[in-house]
Design a protein around this ligand. Structure first.
Ligand code: NI
Length: 383
């Protein structure tokens, strides 16, 4: 990796970082990406995407799709960096780095395209944060049906800079957002017997949801039930007639996911009933279980070893985080990598989605190289 390539990718990231756009509003970001690719001689495919883009390099078979997500979060940045955003949004998950990395990979692949035995689709995907982006991308063109494999990854603050994790099996959790609406009867705070108190009911529901994890499922299964927000009540002496709970569930097998959803609904409804109230539950899926294909994980391990040496590979426990990359994997095999960015000396220690989130950018050229090497290994590996 040359110093110039590092500088170029860091500068590209800074430009993107300074102008973040939240999910479904990545218009200027898309303009930037298109201009960058055109400058490389890559014309984005003519699909009517509102935001994001799809481009291709090479031709024939096999075919691999490389994915980067492009949306930011509605978070006010506090890093104080010279290229910090001041528009109220922030690339606090690191998708600015993902774009810089995939652009860098495109630059490498475009230079060697005559040596590629197959085709690469470049996916710059909007709306990862709301889980809508990957199903959206699948609606355009034939890239999905044609692709033999899909490769993606995330820069990762729990992994030291210089390390890369690629391994087979479960990597990220199935994730759903849930809402519980509790209906009771409003009344005077001094006459609880004449009303149905949804704050007491909602509190009981929160407490009754936790034993689902500890008493319904095996201790060996990884399950999360989190209530992140409760809204109820108008005033200290009014008994609340409505309550709204919002939360998320996480798991690693679709069977457990189904059981978890059914049990959550049962507990919410029967608890409400015990207090004389009623409850309705709604769900929205944010990600399926993300499972790396064994062979494709090996391709990744070979690519990292060839490019950066075997010592770069690091084991890492799977995470309860969700990723809409998983929605690409219901019909196609894929592989998802984690690129270490943690470096206490640079202050790169804050969690993803923190307004102090920052990264060790030495990961950028390494990740870009791995995307390109992965592609070469996948397309040309069997020669
Ligand atoms: Ni992310």
């Amino acid at each position: 990796m040359t110093e110039a390539f590092y500088d170029h990718l860091a500068k590209t990231r800074h430009q993107i970082h300074q102008h973040p756009e939240v999910s479904e509003e990545e218009h200027e970001t898309t303009v930037f990406l298109k201009a960058y690719l055109k400058n490389l001689g890559i014309e984005p495919l003519n699909y009517p995407l509102k935001t994001g883009l799809i481009a291709e390099i090479g031709s024939g078979h096999p075919i691999i799709a490389l994915r980067a997500d492009i949306d930011a979060l509605p978070i006010k940045e506090k890093t104080g960096l010279p290229y910090a955003s001041d528009n109220g949004a922030m690339h606090a998950c690191g998708h600015d780095a993902h774009m810089s990395v995939l652009l860098g990979a495109a630059k490498i692949l475009q230079q060697v395209k005559d040596d590629l035995h197959g085709k690469v689709y470049l996916l710059f995907q909007p709306s990862e944060e709301d889980g809508e982006g990957s199903p959206y991308m699948r609606r355009f063109g034939t890239w999905y049906e044609e692709s033999d494999a899909i490769f993606g990854g995330h820069i990762w603050i729990d992994l030291p800079a210089g390390k890369i994790n690629i391994e087979e099996g479960h990597r990220m959790a199935g994730a759903w957002e849930f809402h519980i609406y509790v209906h009771g009867k409003q009344g005077h705070g001094a006459q609880p017997h004449l009303s149905i108190d949804t704050i007491v009911t909602a509190s009981a529901i929160v407490m009754n949801l936790q034993p689902i994890v500890s008493r319904h499922f095996s201790p060996l299964d990884s399950v999360v039930v989190t209530v992140g927000k409760i809204t109820a009540g108008d005033r200290y002496n009014v008994i609340s007639g409505e309550a709204h709970l919002e939360g998320t569930i996480r798991y690693f097998s679709e069977e457990i996911g189904k059981d978890l959803k059914e049990t959550l609904v049962h507990v919410a409804k029967t608890t409400a009933e015990a207090y004389g109230a009623t409850a309705e539950v709604t769900f929205r899926q944010m990600g399926a279980t993300l499972t790396n294909d064994a062979k494709l994980a090996q391709v990744g391990q070979r690519a990292v070893t060839k490019l950066l040496g075997e010592a770069t590979l690091a084991p890492m426990e799977k995470t309860m985080g969700g990723e809409d990359f998983s929605f690409y994997l219901d019909k196609k095999p894929g592989c998802y990598a984690f690129f270490g960015i943690k470096n206490p000396e640079l202050g790169a220690v804050h969690s993803h989605h923190s307004n102090y989130f920052t990264i060790d950018e030495s990961a950028l050229p390494k990740a870009a190289g791995v995307y390109a090497e992965y592609t070469a290994e996948f397309l040309n590996g069997d020669d």
